[in-house]
Design a protein around this ligand. Structure first.
Ligand code: NAG
Ligand code: NAG
Length: 390
């Protein structure tokens, strides 16, 4: 009888292995060790190459434990779909030079049909930030996760701590969805943007909490069809389109939606930002709706006068901002100028619509909020407070 059960079990398992459409590889089988000390970079790389060469869909599994990883590139194209299931934590070496010179820590390059589930990554950026604050001979810094030339990617449930620079950078990608992320770096940590998108299309960022020292999300030149929803942003600098117009020949930004999100104690809420110098860039068809502002310094802002260190004196932004809708945005402003449209004198903003806005000054005992407009044209619908200047 026992023998029969054993034989049945072996038969059953063989069938499962044979017919299962998904192969699974554990990085530990490739020599990775979750002890937080052993350098597991090459083991991860070997596991990736194995997975990438698999003719059928494959799961790459990272079990619980702390895995020390240096700069690593997971390259495609791969033969089949890859699922990266991470139950453990990936940490960068303590010495910030180990990843600080390559621009990225973990890079996915030319990969399509990838899903990354779970995982915690910690770039341990504090030493690097301190170096930058003291100002001498620091490396340029690394993004924690970079997706370059990728398509059809899902990143779900990832937690990212303390990147040296940007936590997640998406460049030259299409059809990428980021969801249920937790991103966190301290207030004041320099340039630790949560998510940066550039030269990409069809990007969805949903259901995520982002607290950083810089923008929660920044959308750079050449981005289109971007959907951002259910974000808890703050502290940080808010959600920004820009900076745009730093180069003269620049791809524009179009069709960006930010919806159903909450901003807490951020420097900006929703911002469009461009350099005050010539450029053929643009930002158009932007929709900001159903947003709550809590103690935000500039809840609604278009700033086309960006020019650090007075590097562009007496110039105006060539970036054309048009067709921007602000709808159902409520809450409190930490400054009196709750709505600020500081547009280009050579390329005024056109087609701005304000609908159902209620932003009050946090300090009620003081004064009501106000709108500032320079070179901005548009309309208002419904109740708009502070009063629009259109
Ligand atoms: C705008 O982007 C959304 C995704 O955010 C997409 O569904 C929609 O088709 C795009 N609209 C146009 C006109 O391309
Ligand atoms: C509100 O404004 C008044 C007058 O400027 C100031 O004295 C007070 O400290 C402010 N309160 C807060 C909470 O900022």
């Amino acid at each position: 009888m026992d023998k029969l059960i054993a034989i049945s079990l072996i038969l059953f398992l063989s069938i499962v292995v044979l017919v299962s459409p998904i192969a699974a590889f554990n990085v530990v089988q490739f020599g990775a060790r979750g002890d937080g000390i052993t350098d597991s970079t090459l083991s991860f790389l070997r596991a990736w190459i194995f997975a990438c060469n698999s003719a059928r869909p494959v799961t790459l599994y990272v079990p619980r434990g702390t895995f020390l990883i240096k700069t690593v590139t997971f390259s495609g194209p791969c033969r089949s779909r890859i699922q990266f299931q991470i139950d453990g934590t990936l940490v960068a070496p303590d010495n910030y030079y180990a990843i600080g010179n390559s621009g990225f820590w973990i890079l996915f390059y030319k990969v399509s049909r990838l899903s990354v589930y779970g995982g915690t990554i910690d770039a341990r950026g504090s030493g690097f930030w301190a170096c930058k604050k003291n100002g001498h001979n620091c490396p340029a810094g690394a993004r924690s996760i970079s997706l370059m030339w990728c398509s059809n990617v899902l990143v779900s449930g990832l937690t990212s701590f303390n990147s040296q620079t940007i936590h997640i950078g998406i460049v030259h990608c299409s059809n990428v969805k980021l969801q249920n992320l937790k991103i966190s770096a301290p207030i004041g940590s320099p340039n630790t943007d949560g998510i940066h998108v550039e030269s990409s299309m069809g990007i969805t960022i949903a259901g995520s909490t982002i607290r950083t020292g810089d923008d929660c999300i920044s959308i750079g030149p050449g981005s289109m069809n971007i959907w951002i929803s259910k974000i808890g942003c703050g502290p940080g600098h808010g959600i920004s389109i820009g900076s745009l117009g730093n180069s003269f020949n620049e791809a524009g930004v179009q069709n960006v939606t930010v919806t159903d999100s909450i901003f807490s104690k951020t420097q900006n809420g929703v911002r469009v930002k461009s350099w005050a110098k010539p450029s053929d860039g643009y930002a158009r068809n932007l929709l900001f709706q159903n947003l709550i502002m809590r103690n935000v310094a500039y809840p609604i802002i278009i700033d086309q006068m960006y020019c650090p260190d007075n590097s562009c004196p007496h110039q105006s932004s060539g970036v054309k901002v048009s067709q921007v809708m602000y709808k159902n945005i409520k809450g409190t402003s930490a400054t009196q100028t709750a709505v600020k449209f500081d547009c280009s004198s050579s390329n005024p903003c056109t087609g701005i619509t304000l609908q159902d806005i209620k932003l009050t000054y946090l300090n009620r005992s003081f004064r009501p909020t106000m709108t500032y407009c320079s070179n901005a044209m548009g309309t208002h619908i419904g109740a708009v407070f502070p009063k629009s200047c259109f």
